[in-house]
Design a protein around this ligand. Structure first.
Ligand code: ZN
Length: 103
């Protein structure tokens, strides 16, 4: 089962728009980013499983910020790996990116 990635994701009191930004991996060696100031999650549209797992990672950053968890980057990464394993590997859920725009 695939679930559509929404164009915006609300965590706590904040809405974050989701968009594709090309070449993030090549230019910055990032697969995604999450900016509180701009209310924006950017994902490099490099395809497949990497995009799905990167979205989960960036959402964990949003949760970390909004709920003041105080997680360091490596903790965010570990939690994101576990949540991604639950969603994608155990529940068999995929993501449909067809509503997400490129900028
Ligand atoms: Zn991160």
């Amino acid at each position: 089962m695939d679930i559509k990635v929404p164009q915006s994701i609300k965590i706590g009191n904040f809405n974050y728009n989701v968009k594709f930004t090309e070449h993030m991996k090549v230019d910055e060696n990032w697969r995604g980013s999450c900016c509180q100031r701009r209310g924006l999650i950017e994902i490099d549209p490099i395809g497949g499983d990497s995009m799905n797992r990167t979205l989960i990672h960036e959402v964990i950053h949003m949760i970390n910020f909004n709920y003041e968890c105080g997680f360091a980057e490596d903790t965010v990464a570990r939690i994101a790996h576990g949540v991604a394993e639950l969603i994608f590997d155990n529940l068999g859920i995929g993501l449909d990116w067809s509503d997400i725009g490129r900028y």
